[in-house]
Design a protein around this ligand. Structure first.
Ligand code: PGA
Length: 252
């Protein structure tokens, strides 16, 4: 059965002391209220990955990076590679977040290179897809998500694809307080699962975790996660508040 996953994307927030505090508070909340059969993933800024791995020795959660380079190594000042994060026991890496597509002009070609690098070093990509508001208004949302998946992932072999987590994040819902309705999320998640079935197999589709992201919070998580094809969430703002983040992880 596919895993239920709640991943916190801290983005470019918190100084070192606040990051340390938040990890400590997440540990406290987890002790009070441990989610059953849910994988918790924390994706801090790269600078704090090592700090997070120290906490993960004591507390039950996994760690994800927010990005890696499309290059494998060498003279790329300021970049970090898949091999580097793999050597630090990082389990996941977010790829293709809409903020990276928009502000850093990441192309599908670069994204598929990043996915290849991660798979080579045994790190699981959390691959983000999602449409802009104008795409939805023009009824193009299915086509957009389909082409993002096709260009970024569907060239992978079945065994490679088995390591992918997909996150559906409608861009109009990210950081806006305007979440997709449970029906809108379910409709798109079911569509994604059908595409995976068509490109791979029903078994692989049923084993793939598909997360919802975009203004998911402690109030709306339960209804979103109760949808048949919603296997958890990629949480931005609400992952910066320990109580809310762990409440979301307890919302299945
Ligand atoms: P949000 O961000 O929960 O703050 O909307 C989600 C994300 O960008 O992953």
């Amino acid at each position: 059965m596919r895993s239920k996953i709640v991943a916190g994307n801290w983005k470019m927030n918190l100084d070192f002391e606040k990051a340390d505090d938040l990890l400590f508070q997440i540990g406290e909340e987890l002790e009070k209220n441990t989610p059953q059969n849910v994988e918790i993933v924390i994706c801090p800024p790269a600078l704090y990955l090592e700090l997070a791995t120290d906490f993960a020795d004591e507390i039950e959660f996994k760690i994800g990076a927010q990005n890696i380079s499309q290059h494998t190594g060498g003279a790329y000042t300021g970049e970090i590679s898949a091999q580097m994060i793999s050597s630090m026991d990082i389990d996941y890496c977010i790829i293709g977040h809409s903020e990276r597509r928009k502000y850093f002009n990441e192309t599908s070609e670069e994204l598929s290179q990043k996915v290849a690098n991660l798979l080579e070093f045994g790190v699981q990509p959390i691959f983000c897809v999602g449409e802009q508001l104008e795409d939805r208004d023009a009824n193009q949302h299915f086509d957009i998500v389909k082409s993002q998946l096709k260009e970024g992932l569907f060239h992978l072999s079945s065994s490679e694809f088995s390591n992918i987590v997909v996150a559906y994040e409608p861009v109009w819902a990210i950081g806006t307080g305007r979440t997709a309705s449970p029906e809108q999320a379910q409709e798109m998640h079911a569509f994604i699962r059908t595409l995976i079935t068509e490109n791979y197999s029903l078994d692989i589709a049923n084993e793939t975790s598909i997360l919802y992201g975009g203004s998911c919070n402690a109030k709306n998580a339960k209804e979103l996660f109760s949808q048949q094809d919603v296997d958890g969430g990629l949480i931005g703002g609400a992952s910066l508040v320990a109580k809310d983040f762990i409440a979301i992880a307890n919302s299945f």
